[in-house]
Ligand binder design. Sequence first.
Ligand code: FES
Ligand code: MG
Length: 594
Amino acid sequence: MTDTQKPKLRSRAWFDNPDNIDMTSLYLERYLNFGLSLEELRSGKPIIGIAQSGSDLSPCNRHHLVLAERIREGIREAGGIAIEFPVHPIQETGKRPTAGLDRNLSYLGLVEALYGYPLDGVVLTTGCDKTTPAMIMAAATVNIPAIALSVGPMLNGWHKGERTGSGTIVWKGREMMAKGELDADGFVKLVASSAPSTGYCNTMGTATTMNSLAEALGMMLPGSAAIPAPYRDRQECAYHTGKRIVDMVHEDLKPSDILTLDAFHNAIVVNAAIGGSTNAPIHLAAIARHIGVELPLKDWETYGHKIPLLVNLQPAGEYLGEDYYRAGGVPAVVAQLIKQGLIVEGAMTVNGKTMGDNCRDATIEDGRVIKPFDQPLVEEAGFLVLSGNLFDAAIMKTSVISDEFRQRYLSNPDDPEAFEGPAVVFDGPEDYHHRIDDPSLGITPETLMFMRGAGPIGYPGAAEVVNMRPPAYLITEGVTALPCIGDGRQSGTSGSPSILNASPEAAAMGGLALLETGDRVRMDLKKGTVNVLVSDEELAARRAALEAKGGYAYPASQTPWQEIQRSVVGQMDTGAILEGAEKYQRIAQTMGLP
Ligand code: FES
Ligand code: MG
């Protein structure tokens, strides 16, 4: 590419604007004072932001503080100038009341930074659950050249010769505690064994899911999502990511060239094959809306439900992050799907090549961890999208329904996809924790447990609380899981048969607000319905009575942001974004260029 063909860089509006020498000199003098030279700032070299999500508050992403050095070297090597800046932290296991509350806040902050400062391109340092969607959402809105760099998972956890996976081990530990097999100290040690190094959760939780999907969307260098954080390859990948973003700026390769409907459909297919988190539909919907792509929730069923599970990672399987990387990571999975014609091969990616060209020849390096397409771990591993008089939309991973579960809830042997049971309803996680072991609730192996008041408005940001353990007295009898249905989310590290992300939530007066303990509920997986078996008249009367009391009650906001987010946040079926923000699209191009 000759210099005249290169796109005009937006950073020139700050550093090289002869029409406004006053402001230009102000911009120049202040960016000089940490070691950049006048020569560099006026050179016309692309200025590349490193959106730094790592900090002591975000241990999952903290290793990016180290990786940033290699990103900088890559940027400089390719002829760019690096400017590193902080991104609002989102630590899944640290933020109260929910990390979900901060995805849209981090998004907002990054949009302002990318739009309002002299940046020509950006490296998004992704990792812990919501950091990945938050940053890609912002890059989508602004639409400057952007490349994601995963921090990578932790090394495998081990305890007494067995792999311990982050998050997943907590569910196991809780069961062991409930059975009296473990004391509090033993519980803490068991859980700590699953986190042996820097990096994010080593299971197929939301972090590994969202980074794998960032790669499947084409936003990350091929083969890079799965590299464990402490590996040498991760440092090398940081360097190549830094080098590549400079070329992307010269090529004017933007998120809108990559995040097409084909890319989202590829990501949906990959999500099923890797056994990805039930948080993925929320985050992909949000990214799609910010880039202006129509992605109905139903596409998850249409494109994803029939796809088999190929990746044998906890919680669905046995292995962990290091094994996933050694077995071939995302490209090995995509290659299997390409052979079946399930991937749109022409989808563009950050390295300037298509998904097909990047992955077609990738091979499985360990068949225990990544299965060939014709020998899957589970058939039909994707989600069903359900609706009925309790909600307009919710998702369910049907592959985790055990035969034993099918027997327990089957209402009619001639109709093996229809289940029925009495409801026990909890209003938020605190209510659940207080009452779950109270025998007077009358929970039996036939009960369906409901969690409401846990959606984006009710429990601001939506809590990961739908997957509830049964009462201890049932666990001792061997009933380790009951079906759970709710308007909250479920941790990607849990494998319960749940119906999740129900929209609209109770706090928005969705049908769940009208449910009462003791109501019978029927799910029909063939028809895709979940209904409470109560007449329309009765439901209307309950609605009128609840509205007369001022609607479904939920706790007051504790911070300004909780109040602001609650006033504008949408429901999970459409991404739980800040409604109205989606009308700001491709805004980098509106920047006053000289
Ligand atoms: Fe950060 Fe799991 S808590 S990735
Ligand atoms: Mg999570």
